[in-house]
Ligand binder design. Structure first.
Ligand code: ADP
Length: 388
């Protein structure tokens, strides 16, 4: 088999036209350093920060073209935001949240307006202890993967754990946990959660055919979520991890309001682009008085599988700096790792399949930090978020 070289990859990438369809990504100088290890290819493409979503097809095309090169065992392509003088265009001052200290009061009954946030004021789920949301400003940053591995990490602490897949637009728990089939119904109404690896799980993915396009309107979203929360025989759980839908729009805000959350974890990649969105996520939970448990930097750095050498090719450290700046805990950095992806996509979280790996330990550490915050109980106030 011929050796894969950077030149071969670059030649292939010349078929990918740039964001403005003038020239190709290589000639435009948008491709980062290319890293090849074990016949797997890693690189990023720089795109304008305000057009990240629109550039997703470009990313997919680049990834596919590289995978098509004979001998390539895998490709991982990410988008990186263009930096303009250290700040990206959609990071303009007027779009920044105003200083909030303490969290902005919400139009809520007077009883809630005093003292620290009172997330438990909403009706809880009987038998379920703490409910923790895992959220991200945008899709594809590894939110669901992180949710699952945090859940397994919490289990490793001896806790009974459930996962509620609230991403009704793109449920991924059936795939990530290798669960198929439909939940049984008890008494015609209450569903039994599905389970695997000792985790109880409910997901819209169990209830509708995979191919069914799901078009949700506001009230349906809430009724689906309520059904998955309250019409499921969860039994006794110490903690429930809620995989939120990506984004920080109205739908997410409503969900965050409806679920009695003990706190929220934000997952972000180190790139500016994802960070800008993460900041919106922080602000969203702030609005609904849900304590922020911290930020996880996913796909933070890259460790070459052959040499074990570490490469900070994706701008590692961005989320940590942001967490410090915003005064929220930094929960940990998870490397970009082919094994995490492959296992996760094969329905076996790395924390289950390779519990002794350093990556599994990172997730367990994150889970321990999360748990120590929520189980610390009433003595610990939510961190104050101060936007400069
Ligand atoms: P989201 O829930 O944010 O849309 P997913 O958890 O579905 O993201 O992850 C998107 C893709 O990235 C999946 O293919 C997943 O396996 C992969 N992925 C997530 N985290 C990592 C990581 N740390 N290293 C490598 N691949 C990852």
């Amino acid at each position: 088999m011929s050796q894969i070289t950077k030149d071969v990859v670059l030649a292939q990438l010349k078929q990918v036209t740039g964001p403005d369809f003038e020239g190709d990504v290589v000639s435009l100088g948008l491709v980062s350093d290319i890293f090849i290890a074990d016949n797997k290819v890693f690189f990023s493409i720089t795109v304008p920060s305000d057009r990240a979503q629109a550039m997703e097809p470009l990313r997919l095309r680049a990834e596919k073209l590289v995978k098509d090169i004979p001998g390539v065992a895998g490709a991982l392509v990410t988008l990186t935001a263009e930096r303009k003088g250290g700040r990206t265009s959609d990071d303009a001052p007027q779009s920044r949240p105003k200083p909030v200290s303490p969290p902005a009061p919400q139009p809520r009954p007077a009883a809630h307006a005093h003292a620290a946030p009172q997330p438990q004021a909403k009706p809880g789920i009987p038998g379920v202890g703490k409910i923790i949301a895992v959220a991200s400003g945008k899709g594809g940053v590894g939110k669901s993967t992180t949710s699952v591995n945090i859940a397994v990490g919490l289990q490793a602490l001896g806790l009974k754990v459930g996962i509620l897949d609230a991403d009704i637009y793109g449920p991924s728990m059936p795939r990530l946990l290798g669960i198929s089939g439909r939940p049984e119904t008890v008494n015609g109404r209450i569903m039994k959660p599905m389970s695997n690896y000792g985790l109880k799980v409910m997901s819209m993915g169990f209830l509708v055919e995979e191919e069914t396009p799901m078009i949700w309107r506001g009230p349906m979203v809430m009724s689906a979520l309520n059904q998955m929360m309250r019409e499921v025989e969860w039994g006794n759980l110490d903690v429930m991890v809620v995989d939120m839908p990506p984004g920080t729009g109205d739908a997410q805000l409503t969900m965050a309001q409806q679920v009695p959350l003990a706190g929220a974890v934000i997952v972000s990649t180190p790139q500016d682009l994802a960070l800008i969105d993460a900041r919106k996520g922080l602000n969203m939970f702030n609005k609904v008085n849900v304590p922020l448990l911290g930020i996880v930097e996913n796909m933070s750095y890259f460790i070459a599988p052959d040499t074990g050498k570490r490469y900070d090719i994706f701008g590692h450290g961005g989320a940590q700096r942001e967490a410090e700046r915003l005064n929220v805990p930094f929960l940990g950095a998870v490397p970009l790792d082919m094994q995490i992806r492959e296992l996760s996509d094969a329905g076996m979280p790395i924390t289950v399949k390779e519990p002794d790996s350093p990556h599994a330990q990172i997730y367990r550490d994150i889970a321990a930090k999360v748990w120590s915050q929520v189980s610390g109980g009433s003595t610990r106030a939510a961190p104050k978020i101060v936007f400069e």
